[in-house]
Ligand binder design. Structure first.
Ligand code: ADP
Ligand code: ZN
Ligand code: ZN
Length: 685
């Protein structure tokens, strides 16, 4: 009798055994194909993970499969090993990993529509413009990479914005295509894909191209996935999920803006697409290039730490020190000391003057403020009432444009009250400022100027975003007010001034990763200024003009800033010098969440009693378990949240421990409405 192992999307760690009914034969070729099976009272779509003849389970104990779905090519072995690594590393059930990475259509019973590859791969007109002649730096980098090819090598490409990283990606793709292989490019933001897509299509008009990101409709996603899996698409550009795309002839992976937090999946299977991409490249024995102007500290450590030189997955550092276009200089960055001056609606005289000058010259300015809405809170000065979300430990943000108070965490909203709900005082005031308020202030100062506000409220869809980009590029705007949405990767030739507001808060945040993020954001946003012929200027309004972070920004000096931060991390024993996982629990009552975590901790401590060198898995000598604590934002949408941090100087020790501990945690009796999850390498602690 044939027994087949089926991966199903259920939160259970093992595969499920089924038998093959009489009249049906399943061959080894079917491993990786979809299969329909009965499960409980329903049917489910799964993936065939293995076949054995004469399985030892008695025949009647196993249910028969319904049918093997042979309308798609089987998922390849390297896709299996990627999923297996992901499941093991991130402590997620393998079946869930496998099924959740497939387009929805592949998880449904109805077979996806027939292929129409020709249509889905529109050929772009060639731009006609020949590729630029490489700079010396670019040439040397490409030579280095070529010398190491073929085979696995992880390269960290550090280069300021505009230094020509994308040109390097394009040349590498060109080589890959010439070798008859496929290239995979991961980008953090769907907003960034259009520009990149266009550059790729222009450069390689003949190559099949497919993009994969969350704003694609499901049919398009299924088609593009299939085009990649069949080899019709030669270049695939996508966001984090695309790391799982089957690519039979994969020859190159590029991760652009590798430091970006959105490579980390924040729910379900909490993987890092960047780290999985490195694993995938090593398995496939191909080069991978991680590019950024401000690499993550983890990658920087991987590429620069002498202590790690012997580690097998260590990165090699490549640097682009100058902007690619000869005339384009890096913008001049200065701090405006706001302690010495009374600001007008948060704007300093120097910044207003600088904007005015740009208006005279017909150039564009960008005011960067990472807070949307009109004001972060509404306050009654008489009794001290503040607009607080009833469901979260957070304030309701004032959105004056549509007269709403909104919670940016749970999405709850209400009308702005006319009077204080506690004391009836009618003079309640918005406190602090967000993008809408800055926009309003600028409209007063510069009534003639065309002002565009760009944040998640004004640019909700990719279409709206593209319309904005078009307007800005066409010079149809004078002042842009925006959040980090605007900071990333975009090339606006008329933009010569960037003003930064409200950055100080991140300098002293309780989150020790905040400076790393702030630095990256400021470097990104500074990179928007002066990309073309006119040099740019960046003005940072701050009360701490002497802070080392700003000093490093003004010098455009990522390496020394990163080295200093890494030294602090090393001394404090923080990542990347420690490996962490976090167990989070949420429940209607905080006491329940904490009690659950306390039980989990107790269980962890019981592993600790194992002797050093104990052959049993889960020996936890090297693993430190902290106390359960409420999360910084303890309440979200009426649920109380708490967390338990575990840490180890050894990645391996942590993983061995987690394998065992997760099962034990799953066995803890928890109140009915409690939910928990485990996150490995959490970004926020
Ligand atoms: P990055 O990806 O590092 O921001 P890009 O590759 O987008 O940089 O290059 C920035 C600008 O410089 C682009 O307009 C690009 O066309 C141009 N560029 C890149 N390499 C060269 C080169 N070797 N010679 C001239 N221009 C170049
Ligand atoms: Zn009041
Ligand atoms: Zn809320």
């Amino acid at each position: 009798m044939q027994t087949i192992e089926v991966a199903l999307k259920v939160p259970i760690d093992h595969f499920f055994d089924y038998r093959v009914p009489d009249g049906e034969t399943v061959t080894p070729d079917d491993v990786g194909r979809r299969v329909r099976v009965p499960f409980g009272t329903k049917t489910k779509i799964g993936i065939i993970a293995g076949i054995s003849e004469n399985g030892d389970s008695p025949r009647d104990a196993l249910r028969p499969i319904d049918a093997v779905l042979r309308d798609e090519p089987p998922l390849p072995p390297d896709w299996f090993s990627l999923c297996a690594f992901c499941a093991d590393y991130y402590q997620a059930p393998l079946g869930e990993v496998m099924l959740s990475t497939l387009p929805v259509a592949f998880r449904r019973d109805a077979p996806p529509k027939a292929r129409c590859a020709g249509k889905i791969l529109p050929k772009a007109p060639a731009s006609g413009a020949p590729p630029p002649e490489l700079t010396r730096e670019q040439r040397e980098i490409l030579e280095k990479i070529a010398e190491n090819a073929p085979g696995f090598k992880a390269w960290l490409l550090h280069g300021v914005t505009g230094s020509g990283k994308t040109e390097i990606y394009l040349r590498l793709i060109e080589r890959t295509l010439a070798e008859g292989r496929q290239a995979l490019l991961l980008t953090p933001e769907i907003n960034l894909t259009p520009q990149l897509e266009n550059r790729i299509k222009e450069r390689f008009p003949e190559a099949g191209f497919a993009c994969l990101h969350s704003e694609l409709g499901e049919p398009a996603r299924a088609r593009n996935f299939r085009a990649a899996a069949s080899g019709d698409a030669r270049v695939v550009v996508g966001t984090r999920l695309a790391v799982f795309t089957p690519l039979p002839e994969l020859g190159l992976i590029v991760v652009d803006e590798e430091h970006d937090a959105s490579f980390k999946q924040q729910d379900g299977v909490r993987y890092s697409a960047r780290d999985l991409a490195v694993f995938r490249a090593s398995e496939r024995k191909i080069p991978i290039v991680l590019g950024s102007a401000t690499p993550s500290l983890a990658s920087w450590a991987n590429a620069t730490d002498a202590a790690k030189t012997s580690a097998p997955r260590r990165y090699a550092l490549l640097s682009l020190r100058e902007r690619a276009v000869k005339k384009a200089r890096l913008p001049e960055v200065r701090c405006i000391d706001t302690r010495k001056e009374k600001l007008r609606e948060g704007l300093s005289g120097a910044l207003l003057a600088a904007i005015d000058k740009r208006l005279q010259n017909g150039e564009q300015s960008l005011i960067f403020l990472n807070r949307r809405g009109y004001a972060p809170v509404l306050v009654c000065a008489y009794c001290g009432w503040v607009s607080h979300c009833e469901r979260c430990s957070a304030n309701l943000v004032v959105h004056l444009a549509d007269q709403r108070l909104r919670c940016h965490h749970c999405g709850g909203e209400q009308r702005i009250p006319k009077a204080c709900p506690v004391c009836g005082n009618q003079d309640i005031q918005p406190f602090g400022r967000g993008t809408q308020r800055v926009e309003a202030a600028l409209t007063e100062y510069f009534p003639e100027a065309r002002i565009l506000r760009i944040d998640r409220d004004s640019a909700r869809s990719r279409k709206q975003w593209e319309a904005f980009v078009e307007r800005i590029t066409a010079g149809d705007a004078d002042i842009l007010v925006g959040t980090q949405m605007l900071a990333k990767g975009h090339d606006f030739p008329g933009l010569t001034l960037v003003g930064v507001l409200g950055a100080d808060a991140a300098l002293f945040s309780a989150d020790w990763r905040a400076p790393e993020r702030l630095f990256a954001q400021l470097m990104q946003v500074a990179g928007r200024a002066g990309r073309a012929e006119i040099p740019g200027e960046v003005l940072i309004q701050t009360q701490f003009p002497d802070h080392p972070l700003y000093a490093a920004i003004t010098r455009h000096d990522y390496p020394s800033f990163a080295d200093a931060l890494l030294e602090e991390r090393r001394q404090a024993g923080f990542p990347p010098y420690a490996y962490q996982a976090i167990l989070r629990a949420e429940a209607p009552r905080m006491a329940d969440a904490l009690a659950f975590l306390a039980a989990a901790k107790e269980n962890a401590e019981s592993h600790k009693s194992l002797k050093s060198g104990d052959p049993r898995e889960g020996a936890a000598e090297n693993v430190f378990v902290y106390d359960p604590v409420p999360m910084r934002m303890a309440r979200l949408a009426n649920l109380e949240r708490a967390q338990l941090l575990v840490e180890s100087p050894s990645r391996r020790a942590l993983r061995d421990f987690l394998r065992v501990w997760r099962i034990a945690v799953g066995a803890i009796k928890a109140p009915h409405r409690l939910r928990w999850h485990l996150e490995v390498d959490p970004q926020e602690v």
